[in-house]
Design a protein. Structure first.
Lengths: 127, 232
């Protein structure tokens, strides 16, 4: 089975790079970007199984990016990342069709469980 | 001032503290999330490393340095949060206006970043010293910067300049860039004017081409105190 392909979008650069590396160590292919514009460009160029998206980001905010992602691919599951202050926003995002949301700081095993559920399959690639 | 106006002003003063606490706690949460992932990565790498792997040790050391940097960043946010919490301890005291403005600018940097704006501060090494409520002064500075940030589109620049004056200090906030049509801007500017007048400042507001917005606050050395007025 192909490895799960995850797009991680968060403006905290070292959060993105370290989490992406941790997912890679678990045989999940993860591409990390720090802006919504990069995320949208990537989704137009290559297929992903799940997008993990920070709700609060500079420029095009998380929700703006979320709605554009839905427009580009209504079947692409999106998991929202949020801090405590944005929990209500994330709840609204879930009601608007996001697969789920997770609170930062995240627990990697919980993230993987949500990714697995969002993709609708067991993790492949030798994991 | 009418009772309704007083209640509205009090609500704005509390909302300001809420905005500061929300901004700083959001940043602290980001620091914790990043430190959590970096330390998790150390654990992951340690699990997979050969016992004598020199490369893994070097990697641990590099990640450790990143953690240290983020912990320092977190300490700065906690210190700011603590500083703001204590700014309301004494309704009237002598304080360094430069330090106050720098602290507010630091908080507003997140709002600027979210709107893709550059926020710059120009001030001397220390002072000027003012007397009054640091909380009310910082609230005024916060609202004036917020009006500046709301005035221009992403890519624009907001400059905050604090200068000493023989009667106190002058604070100028200038927004340069593409103007934004925002129905709430009038309300923001009215609040800046009201807060400025409460502190006894001469307030100048408006567009001064090429600047989209210039806020000029000529502040007396002894700031008026809304607290004192309310209790009198």
């Amino acid at each position: 089975m192909d490895r799960l392909r995850v797009l991680l979008v968060d403006d905290e650069e070292e959060f993105v790079s370290s989490l992406a590396e941790r997912l890679e160590l678990r045989m999940i292919r993860c591409v990390g970007v720090t802006t919504g514009v990069e995320a949208l460009d990537l989704v137009r160029e290559e297929p992903f199984d799940v997008v993990v998206l920070d709700v609060k980001m500079p420029g095009a905010g998380g929700f703006e990016v979320y709605h554009e992602l839905r427009r580009l691919d209504p079947n692409l599951p999106v998991v929202l990342l949020t801090g405590h202050g944005s929990r209500q926003d994330a709840e609204e995002g879930k009601r608007a069709g996001a697969f789920d949301y997770l609170m930062k700081p995240i627990d990697i095993e919980s993230l993987i469980a949500v990714l697995r559920a969002a993709a609708g399959r067991d993790l492949g690639g030798g994991a | 001032m009418t009772r309704a106006n007083q209640a509205d002003l009090q609500q704005q003063r509390i909302a300001y503290l809420g905005a500061v606490a929300a901004s700083l706690s959001h940043e602290i949460n980001n620091v914790l999330a990043t430190v959590g992932e970096l330390s998790g990565l150390i654990g992951d790498l340690a699990d997979g490393a050969a016992p004598d792997a020199r490369a893994a040790l070097e990697r641990f050391s590099s990640i450790g340095e990143k953690i240290e940097r983020h912990v320092d960043r977190g300490k700065g946010y906690v210190a700011s949060l603590n500083r703001f919490a204590h700014s309301m301890d004494r309704p009237r005291t002598a304080f360094d206006a430069g330090e106050s403005v720098a602290a507010v600018v630091a908080v507003c940097e997140r709002f600027a970043r979210l709107r893709k704006l550059t926020l710059r501060l120009e001030r001397g090494a220390a002072g000027p010293e003012l007397r009054g409520s640091p909380y009310d002064f910082e609230h005024l500075v916060f609202r004036a910067i917020a009006a500046g940030l709301a005035a221009v589109e992403g890519g624009g620049e907001v400059t905050v300049v604090l200068s000493p004056a023989h009667t106190g200090a002058v604070l100028e906030i200038t927004a340069d860039g593409q103007p934004v049509a925002d129905a709430e801007q009038e309300t923001r500017l009215a609040l800046v004017e009201r807060l400025g007048l409460e502190l006894g400042a001469d307030v100048g507001l408006g567009a001064e081409p090429p600047a989209v917005l210039r806020v000029r606050l000529a502040l007396p050395e002894d700031l008026g105190s809304p607290e004192a007025e309310r209790s009198s």
